[in-house]
Design a protein around this ligand. Structure first.
Ligand code: NAP
Length: 313
């Protein structure tokens, strides 16, 4: 069980956070937030590096979020992470946001520097590192089908694919207009003709089996960035018959156990990986931003896996 603090704790200054040992100077904002695995691996990193501070849960409702973020400095914080549902609001709350955050319309990492709140987005770069680690390939060389392109994670991943110049990007979203809007925004990244053949490098398609079948025949990597798969009762995100052995499947969902999509991928002989590696890498990148040093990645990984094992038991 991790320590949970509220907006009132933040607004009352550093006192509440100095009562824990070592004092809390970092945390993750969310609503709900109890499920977050970030404290497990961030605290392991803080301890391993002897940084003398602790990372806690910050349970803050949307109507208190802005004032809570503005209170971080007086509460003695170094920075924070931001999760559902606050990532878009965090972009508004910070004094300055990096280019990636502005393009994504979201901030998942806040750092305090000279009293100013700086916003960053490490989800896209974290996904990129996860793909490299899981499949030994770079986004740059891949034809990617992105399911859930209209959500917050999907947008961050689409931006990352575009900025790394992936060979082909297919945007798929239940609400088709969101994928079409995103395709229009990303169009300039895909103007040069890298790919031989008639297929366009950037398309937005409807979320139906026929459209998916056509596009999957020209794909290397499928990324699930929908929220489907978080609950066992969810319908399958992809019909199992659409999965072929040549595909790599990355499910950003990190449920306990294997998601249905990854079970179907395995049954089809396709390689698959879940979102734990993205979670780990986005967290390691946040650590590097806060402390301007390399994160102890293997210590963080071990702590995350231990936390997952414990919650599975
Ligand atoms: P979000 O902003 O709420 O977006 C949800 C997405 O899922 C939207 O594209 C939505 O489509 C789609 N969707 C929801 N229900 C659907 C359904 N029944 N059929 C088809 N599509 C459906 O959520 P988010 O923050 O992007 O998170 C999405 C997923 O990414 C979650 O599973 C989350 O755990 C995961 N994630 C993982 C990491 C990591 O580090 N591994 C980081 C961030 C997020 P519409 O636009 O049509 O509503």
């Amino acid at each position: 069980m991790h320590d949970i603090f509220t907006a009132d704790d933040i607004l009352s200054g550093a006192e509440a956070f100095s009562r824990v040992t070592p004092p809390a100077r970092l945390g993750v904002f969310g609503d709900p937030v109890e499920h977050s695995r970030s404290p497990a691996f961030q605290n392991a990193a803080l301890d391993a590096c002897g940084l003398g501070c602790r990372y806690v849960l910050l349970h803050v409702k949307p109507d208190r979020f802005q004032e809570a973020v503005r209170g971080l400095g007086a509460a003695g914080f170094i920075g924070a992470n931001v999760t559902i549902p606050h990532k878009a609001a965090a972009l508004v709350a910070v004094d300055e946001a990096c280019d990636t955050s502005r393009r994504c319309g979201a901030v998942n990492t806040i750092a305090l520097r000279d009293g100013r709140l700086l916003g960053f987005s490490t989800d896209g770069p974290g996904l990129s590192r996860a793909i490299r680690e899981e499949f030994s390939v770079d986004l740059h060389d891949l034809r990617v089908v992105l399911l859930g392109a209209g959500g917050g994670a999907g947008r961050a991943i689409a931006m990352q694919c575009a900025s790394e110049g992936c060979e082909r990007l297919v945007l798929v979203n239940r609400t088709a207009e969101k994928a079409q809007g995103l395709a229009a925004e990303l169009e300039s990244f895909f103007r040069n003709d890298r790919l031989a053949g008639p297929a366009e490098r950037l398309v937005a398609i409807p979320f139906d089996d026929d459209s998916l079948r056509r596009e999957l025949a020209m794909a290397d990597l499928v990324i699930n960035a929908t929220s489907l798969g978080m609950r066992h009762s969810d319908p399958p995100v992809l019909h199992p018959r659409l999965i072929t052995p040549n595909l790599m499947i990355y499910d950003t969902v990190y449920t306990t156990g294997q998601s249905r999509l990854l079970q179907d991928a395995s049954a089809a002989g396709a390689r698959g990986a879940n979102g734990l590696s993205m979670l780990l890498h986005q967290g390691a990148l946040a650590f590097s931003i806060w402390f301007d040093r390399e994160a102890p990645l293997e210590i963080m990984r071990a702590a995350l896996l231990e936390c997952v094992k414990t919650s599975n038991a």
